[in-house]
Design a protein around this ligand. Structure first.
Ligand code: KG4
Ligand code: ZN
Length: 354
């Protein structure tokens, strides 16, 4: 190293789904080196194949970590803290990251931190904007989860709502498949929707009604499977009339608007109820420009909207390293028997009491 970086140096490893990623942060939470390798083996299947994801992580993890260390200008044995996503996610994929990181951390006698993937998405924006700190209302929208929560402080979260069926990103991916678009579907839908008129087709806003009250169980909850079914029926009807090609962009725009409308409306309900006008949106779907614009419009002036760049919204090692640093400072070191869990509990998250 030419000049000594601030300690501790934290390595974050992410293998929960189809991105193999590693990052090194210095003691001031600056990213020294970061590599994200997206797997393209799933493209032809139109979705992630868990077995292929695990194999691809195993083949690439060494090279990905080496490259992140190289960019950071440090050696593996200079890492002070090892963080790894331990769940939730695809179990075979998670195990690759956990076993690799655990083996290296214990061989070097360094602490291992087990990171929760969705808590890591909360830490994405603060890597680029140091004001993205709690308190905030957080909308976490990824391929596997849709959560609305109130973060009082780092590590102290109150769950307000979640999806009862499909996740928001999953809905984008499934609708993309119905429209014959590539995987992952979110960016494809967003691109196509730019040429479409969202008002040309009416689609439902599941679980969103004007007469819901904060005490109602579904006031903050989401449901996307009915919306996907409505799109499937619309696509079938258009196909029968030979009109699908001409309508594809309009269907994409109508779907995107329906999904965004529900996500933004429920987030605004949380803002009203908590009185907190600071909102963070995280997870892969937070890269969606329409979602960001809708939230910004509805929040209006004087409110704050935090969101990471596209690179730090998708699955990445930097957010894992940042979360590991937070948990390390609290002394949350994983025991030697630590493992991966497909449905790991969100640390510090309490359910809403009506
Ligand atoms: O957080 P993430 O990278 O992985 C998981 O933890 O699942 O999120 C991936 C999801 C995919 O469903 C993908 O289609 C969606 O994020 N996504 C988007 C956009 N970019 C990625 N959805 C809507 N609009 C986008 N621009
Ligand atoms: Zn994710």
């Amino acid at each position: 190293m030419s000049s000594q970086p601030a300690r501790p140096l934290v390595l974050g490893v992410e293998t929960s789904c189809d991105e193999t990623s590693a990052a090194v942060l210095d003691g001031r939470n600056r990213i020294l080196g970061h590599v994200i390798l997206s797997q393209d083996v799933h493209e032809v299947f139109g979705g992630v194949v868990p077995e292929l994801a695990a194999r691809a992580h195993l083949q690439r993890i060494d090279a990905v970590v080496q490259e992140a260390l190289h960019k950071a200008g440090i050696r593996l044995d200079e890492v002070d803290v090892f963080g790894v996503t331990a769940g939730p996610g695809l179990i075979g994929a998670l195990l690759v990251g956990v076993c690799w990181t655990k083996a290296v951390a214990f061989a070097l006698g360094k602490p291992l931190i087990a990171v929760h993937h969705m808590e890591a998405h909360l830490f994405g924006p603060v890597l680029e904007d140091e004001e993205a700190e709690p308190p905030f209302v957080a909308l976490l929208v990824s391929g596997g989860h849709t959560l609305l929560l109130y973060a009082e402080a780092w590590g102290r979260y109150r769950l307000l709502g979640e999806t009862r069926d499909d996740a928001a990103g999953e809905a984008f991916d499934k609708v993309a498949k119905l429209l014959g678009l590539a995987y992952p579907g979110g960016p494809e839908i967003e691109r196509l929707a730019r040429d479409g008129d969202p008002r040309r087709h009416r689609l439902p806003r599941p679980m969103l009604r004007g007469n819901q009250r904060p005490e109602d169980g579904d006031y903050y909850d989401f449901s996307f499977s009915g919306l996907k079914t409505a799109v499937a029926e619309l696509v079938r009807a258009l196909e029968t009339r030979g009109a699908l090609d001409a309508e594809r962009a309009h269907v994409a725009a109508a779907f995107q608007q329906a999904a965004v409308d529900v996500l933004a409306s429920k987030t605004l309900r949380a803002v009203e109820q908590t009185g907190c006008r600071r909102v963070l949106v995280g997870g892969g779907v937070s890269a969606n420009g329409r979602l960001r614009d809708e939230l910004a419009d509805r929040l209006g002036p004087g409110a704050r909207l935090f969101r990471a760049s596209a690179r730090l919204s998708m699955d990445n090692g930097a957010m894992v390293a940042r979360t590991a640093r937070f948990r390390y400072d609290l002394g949350h070191v994983a025991p030697p028997e630590a493992s991966a869990s497909a449905d790991l509990a969100f640390p510090g998250l309490v359910r809403r009491t009506a």
